[in-house]
Design a protein around this ligand. Structure first.
Ligand code: AQP
Length: 358
């Protein structure tokens, strides 16, 4: 190989209600990429068991995320769609990465701190090691690009740190076995040949961090106890309109310029949502609605959200009525994903020095 071939990998956890943040920050951005380079979209069920889970719910939510991918426009003939646990190489590489990553690196992860909360002693080891599994998800395909929301920035940096340490620790062995790829961006911190790429996060656009509708300082999240805080992908038109109507705002009209959104977290959030749903920017939204009160802007946003999301919800509901077809998409995808991951793991095992005889 003369250089790493461009490849996209990303995933969503089947941990409950998919919401507008997951859609705008991730899933909707997956769709156009399938026409630009090879893409792999995973339902990360191994990540979903890092917190307490119910097995029957996990099967249901795994199908729901798959249905969301398909309903949003991901074509299983172009992109590979599968659930993580069907490709055992993810877990195997994650173990190797657990032995590469340092305790200090993982201890700094803000997502672990937030999710473990005060009861850190009682958090699962899997929750602590969540980012090494994420690094394995990406690097088992030697993926070069990962579209994600802003909340995943730190995990993406860790993925690069793991790749960098692996490439350095085993540089001689990689060269000896002839398994290296010329480093596309030579630097003093890295050998000339790499086994794993330094993957680029793709965090861009007006919707990299959609905030709660009830509190503009908290990200919209599946685990927020208030359903009014988020728009779920399968909400009815009435629910969407009600949640936007009740969204927290301030008494001022919208500003004409984006500078005027500073210190107005809730207003900035709604403008960002409008921009992302309409395919515009905050500037274009404010050029249309600057000076208008929320009593005008909110109904326009609700109409737009319903127009964009209702067809997705309808299609998800249609797909979910036939679980066998969804399962068939996942097993076909797992077959294709496994065919890419298997040789990468075989080479990784050789680099590590594991004997093979079976
Ligand atoms: N609020 C958000 N704005 C923009 N992007 C977001 N993402 C999540 N929330 C937002 C992006 O969605 C993708 C899949 O996320 P995930 O389900 O794998 O992980 P998550 O961050 O745990 O999702 P939640 O909804 O926030 O769940 P909880 O409540 O469990 O914390 C990722 O690309 C993520 O960036």
């Amino acid at each position: 190989m003369t250089s790493f071939s461009p490849r996209v990998f990303s995933g969503v956890q089947p941990t409950g209600n998919l919401h507008l943040g997951n859609y705008l920050g991730a899933i909707s951005r997956f769709v156009p990429l399938q026409d630009q380079m090879p893409t792999i979209y995973c339902v990360v069920d191994l990540h979903a068991i890092t917190a307490k889970h119910d097995p029957a719910t996990l099967s249901r939510t795994t199908r729901e995320v798959t249905a969301a991918y398909l309903a949003a426009g991901i074509d299983p003939k172009k992109a590979i769609i599968f659930n993580q646990s069907q490709v055992k190489e993810h877990a195997e590489l994650a173990w190797i990465f657990n032995c590469i990553a340092r305790m200090g690196w993982l201890s700094r992860m803000t997502q672990f701190k937030e999710k473990a909360g005060k009861n850190r002693e009682n958090a699962s080891v899997g929750l602590f090691a969540y980012p090494t599994l994420m690094a394995a998800d990406i690097l088992v395909y030697r993926a070069t690009h990962v579209p994600v929301g802003d909340d995943q920035k730190q995990h993406m940096e860790l993925t690069r740190d793991i790749a960098q340490k692996f490439n350095n620790d085993f540089a001689e062995r990689i060269a000896e076995l002839g398994l290296g790829v010329p480093n596309p961006t030579p630097s003093p911190e890295l050998p000339d040949e790499l086994f794993f790429p330094l993957t680029e996060p793709m965090i861009a656009g007006p919707a990299t961090r959609i905030m709660s509708l009830r509190d503009g300082t908290k990200k919209m999240s599946k685990s927020d106890p208030s359903d009014l805080s988020r728009i779920n992908l399968r909400d009815t038109a009435d629910d969407i309109a009600k949640k936007i109507r009740k969204a927290k705002t301030d008494p001022e009209p919208l500003p004409g310029e984006t500078d005027g959104l500073e210190d107005r977290a809730e207003a900035a959030n709604l403008v960002g949502i409008y921009a992302a749903l309409s395919g515009g920017t905050r500037e274009t939204v404010l050029s249309e609605y600057g000076g208008q009160p929320f009593s005008v802007f909110k109904p326009a946003l609700a109409d737009l959200a319903v127009a964009k999301l209702a067809p997705i919800a309808d299609e998800m509901n249609r797909l979910l009525a036939d679980p066998a077809s969804i399962d068939a998409v996942l097993s076909d995808g797992a077959e294709r994903a496994g065919a890419i991951a298997e040789p990468v793991l075989r080479d990784t095992r050789r680099i590590m020095g594991f004997l093979e005889g079976r």
